[in-house]
Design a protein around this ligand. Structure first.
Ligand code: UTP
Length: 297
């Protein structure tokens, strides 16, 4: 069970340039995956790990995000009058999941800068950071394991996943030592988006972190790194290099299902896979795919 004081921070203030023009007036975290915006899956994951307080870091397109987690009384009223209780429940789901708060990141100066905006809300407690475009399948719990490891060892914990070496340049990469737990490694160093030939491993950082409040002091002086952005990975690298700051930096190796909805091709695959698993859509989609496949070359 999670300590009640753990809060989740979801940075959703990025520019989402890979998805333009869809993200011109809407954050990529609001793109629908089947019939829910990506961020709602992430809030549901936080709730499943025992978290009931979520802070979303918002950017220039804040309204869609804030509205989604708010009540929409006219719509609720109309559905109630029509007696459509199924849809009514679906509309109300997002506003009753957790206590959702919002803080603005004025300029998108990087993920590290976005996390720093959470300082006041988080205070002096361990907290989770969950990237809003990275979905973890609800059947393969990850965050609860990361929280357990962090609390047991008073450690900063990042989620790692093995990727093909040709893909490592898209991620932060970890240089690690094994520990007594087969799914936990000790992180010696981190490199943001290395070339394949410079990568210390094929272990990529994916979008889940359990951080200790000491990270904020480190982020205060972290200089812009790759891409001119204040990188969370650079702050974590400083913690890994000097364990006297906040204890060890550990990695929990995830081998379950993850969907990267910030990338167009991965987004399409994710929507398809999640729809195939649904009772209401799966059978019809499967027959259509079977019909379609022989026609593809
Ligand atoms: P990405 O690098 O994937 O986001 O940031 P991006 O810049 O929005 O996307 P592209 O590459 O241009 O398509 C990882 C996460 O950090 C958030 C993003 O919203 C995303 O969830 N982020 C990034 C911020 O909140 N603020 C920032 O300044 C940068």
């Amino acid at each position: 069970m999670t300590q009640p004081s753990i809060k989740a921070v979801i940075p959703a203030a990025g520019l989402g340039t890979r998805f333009l023009p869809a993200t011109k007036a809407m954050p990529k975290e609001m793109l629908p995956v089947v019939d829910k915006p990506a961020i709602q899956y992430v809030v549901e994951e936080a709730v499943a790990a025992g978290i009931d307080d979520v802070l979303v870091i918002i950017g220039r397109n804040k309204n869609a995000l804030a509205n989604h987690f708010d009540r929409v009384t006219e719509l609720e009223h109309t559905l109630e009058q029509k007696g459509d209780h199924g849809k009514l429940a679906r509309v109300m789901e997002a506003s009753s999941l957790a206590d959702v708060h919002f803080v603005r990141q004025g300029d998108p100066k990087g993920l590290g800068h976005a996390v720093l905006r959470a300082r006041k809300h988080v205070g002096h407690e361990t907290f989770a950071v969950m990237l809003g475009d990275d979905l973890i399948d609800a059947r393969d719990p990850l965050l609860s394991r990361m929280i357990e490891v962090s609390l047991a060892q008073s450690a900063t914990v990042v989620a790692l996943m093995e990727v093909d070496p040709s893909q490592i340049h898209l991620y932060g990469c970890a240089d690690v030592d094994t520990t007594a737990d087969s799914d936990v490694v000790r992180i010696k160093a981190l490199v943001e988006k290395p070339k394949a030939e410079d990568a210390p491993s094929n272990l990529a950082i994916i979008g889940r972190y359990v951080l200790k409040p000491e990270i904020f002091d480190v982020l205060e002086h972290t200089e812009p790194g790759k891409g001119g952005e204040i990188q969370l990975t650079d702050a974590l690298e400083e913690l890994a290099e000097d364990e006297s700051i906040a204890g060890p930096v550990l990695g929990v190796i995830f081998s379950g299902r993850r969907y990267d909805t910030g990338d167009r091709l991965e987004y399409l695959k994710s929507s398809l896979l999640l729809a195939l698993d649904r009772d209401d859509l799966g059978p019809a989609l499967t027959s259509w795919l079977k019909e379609l496949t022989p026609t593809l070359d």
